[in-house]
Design a protein around this ligand. Structure first.
Ligand SMILES: Cc1cc2nc3c(=O)[nH]c(=O)nc-3n(C[C@H](O)[C@H](O)[C@H](O)COP(=O)(O)O)c2cc1C
Length: 357
């Protein structure tokens, strides 16, 4: 039997298999509320051992994209309960991805009276969809002052507590793909002169304080972090490879000290093998790899590489029964790229299912 489909047991994480559904924003949360359609979507994909939800806002100013869900109101907590119970029926674990979009956003996507914030006031180049006026330039963020940073950390803590109240098994802190935590890590966007900017210790301070405070609040086994070293998503400009590596060595070492359950790496072609190896050396917990894996590549990685679990994004999006298709060697449906972020069931819950779980 494939290792991918066999149970995974570690100190903090017990999963029915090694197959993880990667976090994917699908923009079906009308009014930023999780709903029955989302419960159906996640329930359909509960062949995974672990599902990581789409990026979810810990606070109102984190709602940079249209129709992404939040976890800061009672109604959102109630909405998520339908999702967690649909997934738990099939003995699947589910972590909520906490995504603070920071400067990647537009004022029109935020609730009235809420301002876009960032590590600095440097706007992201490029455009973002708004339901009100189509594609628009990213808004210019307001730079968080030091008290503002502490307030955002408090927001993560209460969001994580809300996630547990909604039935999640844990939370994944999104420190990848150019959103707020990675904005703090990147010295080209982080031009701060307080204790959250400058040295590697200072640039990683926000990520580590969020991780420590959330772990203290809900338990370290219930916390993961997603990173993407060398990524330039969200208009993050590359910086020198040696500093990148030192940044992630420090981050992984300190996350290991905090003792979180896992680090999840979104691997892009720019990451040197050496940087990946360094994270593995520093971090003793579960390591998840993601990006462009096939079942075959995943199997090879699990048997001979550094990763403990493999996450699949687009294959899960288009194949609710991915686990069974892998077990049976069945061909996969291709994703429909025109319906990735459109509201409604089309291209969301209507992908062909060949096997019932
Ligand atoms: C529609 C879509 C939405 C995504 N949204 C998120 C997200 O909310 N959070 C995140 O960390 N990554 C997000 N990603 C990235 C995926 O988690 C994953 O890294 C990417 O799809 C590559 O893996 P794959 O080759 O298995 O698809 C998204 C990807 C897709 C296709």
């Amino acid at each position: 039997m494939k290792k991918l489909l066999m149970p995974y047991i570690s100190e903090g994480l017990k999963l029915k298999n090694h197959l993880v559904m990667a976090p994917m924003t699908r923009s079906r949360a009308i009014d930023n509320l999780p709903n029955e359609l989302m419960a159906e979507y996640y329930g359909q994909r509960s062949g995974a051992g672990l599902i990581i939800t789409e990026g979810t806002a810990p606070a109102p100013e984190a709602l940079g994209y249209a129709r992404i869900p939040g976890i800061f109101s009672n109604a959102q907590v109630e909405g998520w309960k339908a999702v967690t119970s649909a997934v738990h029926k099939n003995n699947t674990k589910i972590f909520l991805q906490l995504m603070h979009t920071g400067r990647v956003g537009h004022q029109d996507n935020l609730p009235a009276g809420v301002a876009l914030v960032g590590v600095s006031d440097i706007p992201a180049a490029g455009q973002i969809h708004t339901d009100t006026a189509g594609m628009q330039n990213h808004s210019t963020p307001k730079a968080l002052d030091t008290q503002g940073v502490l307030n955002v950390i408090d927001g993560y803590v209460s969001a994580a507590k809300n996630a547990i109240a909604a039935g999640f098994d844990g939370v994944e802190l999104h420190a990848a793909n150019g959103y707020l935590i990675e904005q703090f890590l990147n010295p080209n966007v982080n031009n701060r002169t307080d204790t959250y900017g400058g040295s590697i210790e200072n640039r990683t301070r926000f990520a580590l304080e969020v991780a420590q405070r959330v772990a203290d609040a809900i338990g370290k086994d219930r916390v993961g972090m997603r990173i993407s070293p060398n990524s330039t998503l969200g208009d993050l400009q590359a910086y020198d490879a040696e500093t990148v590596e030192e940044t992630y060595i420090h981050l992984s070492r300190e996350l290991n000290r905090i003792g979180i359950a896992y680090i999840h790496i979104s691997i892009n072609p720019q990451v040197p093998q050496q940087t990946l190896a360094a994270v593995r050396t520093e971090f003793e917990g579960t390591l998840i790899y993601c990006n462009t894996f096939t079942a075959e590549k995943a199997e090879a990685e699990l048997n001979g590489g550094d990763a403990d679990l493999i996450a699949f994004g687009r294959p899960f999006l288009a194949n609710p029964d991915l686990e069974q298709r892998i077990a049976n060697g069945t061909e996969l449906n291709a994703p429909d790229f025109t319906t990735l972020y459109t509201p409604g069931a089309k291209g969301y819950t209507d992908y062909p299912i060949l096997f019932n779980s």
